[in-house]
Design a protein around this ligand. Structure first.
Ligand code: PLP
Length: 473
C-alpha cells in the first residue's frame, strides 16, 4: 500500500482554497450563463450547484477562477482512483497515439480487460463469465436486461422501490425518482416493482432490526408467492438490484436481507442482476459490493469508476446464460474501444493495489468521526454506509425524523461549496449529503472536510440559512 505522503501528493496541495469574494466567481459565472443559453436545462448542473470545472487532481479540483475544492463526490462515484491519476494519464497518452476506436472489434486491451474482470469476478462467476461492454451505467443495465430476457425467453423485469438504474429506456422505468422520470411517461409495461428495499432509518413497518425479523424481506416473498400477488412469476426473466441503494440515499441493507432475497430469487428461478455501477470498484471496501454479503448474482453490471476519467461500462454474465446467444444479435458502435479498455485495466490495478483496504479503513474513520458529530448536531439524523460510501441524513428534528427541506439542503450544499467542499446530495427527500470521495483521498483532506461540514452544520449557522440566499450572494 502506498504511503500517506503519496496520497497527499495526488491532490492539489492548497485545497480547499477560496480566492474569489463570491462563488461562483466572475469567470465561472460567465461560463454558467453562457451554457444556460446553449443547453437544455435538464441536467443538475449548472443550476443545482453552480460550479464549473477547470482542472482536477486526486480528490480536488479547481474552477476557472482558481478556487480549489475538495471533491467529496468523486464526480458521482466515478473517480475512485482520483481525478487524472498520473498512471491513468500515462496510459491515455501512450494509447491515444496508437489506437483508440475499435468498432466493437477485437483488440489486445479488450482481451486483457476481459481476462482481468473474469479473474476478479466473485464466487462461482470467477473465470466463468462472458463479457459485454457499454458506454454508461444505463447502457450496461440495458444490455444485462436484454441478455436476461433473451437467455430465459421470459419478459418481466423486477426492480425495487427506491432504485436508480439509469435514465434511458427500461432503466428509466426501473428508476424510481419522480424528478428523473415523471416527465418521460409512459414506462415499459414489462417492469414490476418489488419492495420495500430495506431503509432501516425510515422503516415503513416502524420496526427495528433484528427484532423486525426482516418483515421487508418477507413482504417481497409474499409479493412473489401470493397467487393474487399480481406478478406473473412464471414469466419473470430477472430482478435487478443495487447492493446498497445509491441515489436512493446510500441505504445499506441490514444483515440477512440480501441473503434472504438471493435465496428467494434462486428458489423461484429468477435471474439476479447485481447493479454495481455506483457501489462497485471498491466503493464499499470490496471490489464488488455484493462480496460483502457472500451471495452470487448471475449478471453483474459495472460503470462509473471502471472507466473513471473515460466513459465506459461492462456487463459480466454467467457464461452458460449467454454463450449461445445469436451471433450479431447485439452491437454498440463504440463499445469496448481499445483506449477505454486500457484505462479500465489500469483502474482495476490501482483499486486492487491498496485502495480496497483504504476504502474500508478511511471510510470507517470518517464514519466514526461523523457519528460523533451527529451527537452534537441536531440536524444530523443518521450516519450510515459501507466503506467509503457514507450518507449523512439531514432532518429537521431527530425524534420525528422529518427530512430537512430541499431548499435548506441546497443552502447547506452551497455553503459547503463556498468553503471549498463539493458535495452532491441524494436520497428520496434530497436530504442526504453523500460523502463518497475518491478512495485515495488523504487523511488530511478527510479531516479538513469533516471540520468544514461540522462548521457548516453548526446550529448557529442554521439560523443563517433562513436568510435570503441567492446564487452567489
Ligand atoms: N446504476 C446505478 C446504481 C447508478 O447509480 C447509476 C447512476 O448514478 C446508473 C446505473 C446509471 O449510470 P449512468 O448515469 O452512467 O448511465
Amino acid at each position: 500500500m502506498a504511503s500517506e505522503e503519496y496520497y497527499e501528493k495526488l491532490s492539489f496541495p492548497d485545497a480547499p482554497k477560496i480566492v474569489t469574494k463570491t462563488i461562483p466567481g466572475p469567470q465561472t459565472r460567465a461560463l454558467l450563463e453562457k451554457e444556460l443559453s446553449n443547453e437544455t436545462p435538464t441536467r443538475i448542473a449548472p443550476i443545482g450547484i453552480p460550479i464549473a470545472w477547470e482542472e482536477a487532481s486526486g480528490a480536488t479540483f479547481k474552477d476557472p477562477d482558481g478556487n480549489v475544492f475538495i471533491d467529496l463526490s468523486s464526480g458521482v462515484a466515478v473517480n475512485n482512483v482520483g481525478h487524472s491519476h498520473p498512471e491513468i494519464v500515462e496510459v491515455i497518452k501512450n494509447e491515444c497515439g496508437r489506437l483508440m476506436h475499435t468498432p466493437d472489434g477485437t483488440c489486445k486491451n479488450r482481451q486483457r480487460l476481459g481476462a482481468m474482470l473474469a479473474e476478479a469476478a466473485p464466487g462461482n462467476l470467477k473465470n466463468n463469465v462472458r463479457m459485454a461492454y457499454g458506454l454508461s451505467g444505463s447502457s450496461a443495465n440495458e444490455i444485462a436486461i436484454k441478455f436476461a430476457r433473451a437467455s430465459t425467453g421470459k419478459s418481466i423485469i423486477l426492480g425495487f422501490q427506491g432504485a436508480y438504474h439509469g435514465s434511458i429506456g427500461t432503466t428509466l422505468t426501473l428508476t424510481t425518482s419522480p424528478t428523473f422520470r415523471s416527465l418521460y411517461r409512459p414506462f415499459m409495461p414489462f417492469v414490476e416493482r418489488l419492495g420495500p428495499y430495506p431503509y432501516c432509518y425510515r422503516c415503513p413497518y416502524d420496526l427495528t432490526h433484528p427484532e423486525c425479523d426482516l418483515q421487508c424481506a418477507k413482504y417481497v416473498e409474499f409479493q412473489l408467492t401470493d397467487p393474487y400477488g399480481g406478478i406473473d412469476v412464471g414469466d419473470v426473466a430477472a430482478v435487478i438490484l443495487e447492493p446498497m441503494q445509491g441515489e436512493g440515499g446510500y441505504v445499506p441493507p441490514p444483515p440477512g436481507w440480501m441473503e434472504y432475497m438471493y435465496n428467494l430469487f434462486n428458489r423461484l428461478g429468477i435471474l439476479i442482476i447485481d447493479d454495481e455501477v455506483q457501489m462497485g470498484m471498491g466503493r464499499t471496501g470490496t471490489l464488488f459490493a455484493v462480496e460483502n454479503f457472500g451471495v452470487e448474482p448471475d449478471i453483474i453490471t459495472m460503470g462509473k469508476a471502471l472507466g473513471g476519467d473515460l466513459p465506459f461500462s461492462a456487463v459480466l454474465c454467467r457464461a452458460d446464460l449467454v454463450k449461445d446467444l445469436e451471433p450479431f444479435s447485439h452491437v454498440l458502435t463504440a463499445a469496448g474501444n481499445s483506449m477505454s479498455c486500457a484505462v479500465a485495466c489500469k483502474n482495476l490495478e490501482l483499486i486492487q493495489d491498496g485502495l480496497l483496504d483504504r476504502s474500508k479503513e478511511m471510510g470507517a474513520y470518517a464514519k466514526g468521526r461523523l457519528k460523533e458529530l451527529a451527537k452534537e448536531r441536531e440536524v444530523i439524523g443518521d450516519v450510515r454506509g459501507m466503506g467509503w460510501g457514507i450518507a449523512i441524513e439531514l432532518v429537521c428534528n431527530k425524534t420525528t425524523k422529518q427530512p430537512l427541506s430541499m431548499a435548506e439542503v441546497v443552502r447547506i450544499v452551497w455553503h459547503l461549496r463556498d468553503k471549498g467542499v463539493y458535495v452532491l446530495p441524494c436520497g428520496r427527500f434530497d436530504n442526504i449529503l453523500r460523502m463518497v470521495p475518491p478512495l485515495m483521498i488523504s487523511k488530511d483532506l478527510v479531516d479538513k472536510s469533516i471540520d468544514i461540514i461540522a462548521d457548516v452544520l453548526e446550529t448557529a449557522d442554521m439560523a443563517r440559512y433562513s436568510l435570503n440566499w441567492t446564487m452567489g450572494s
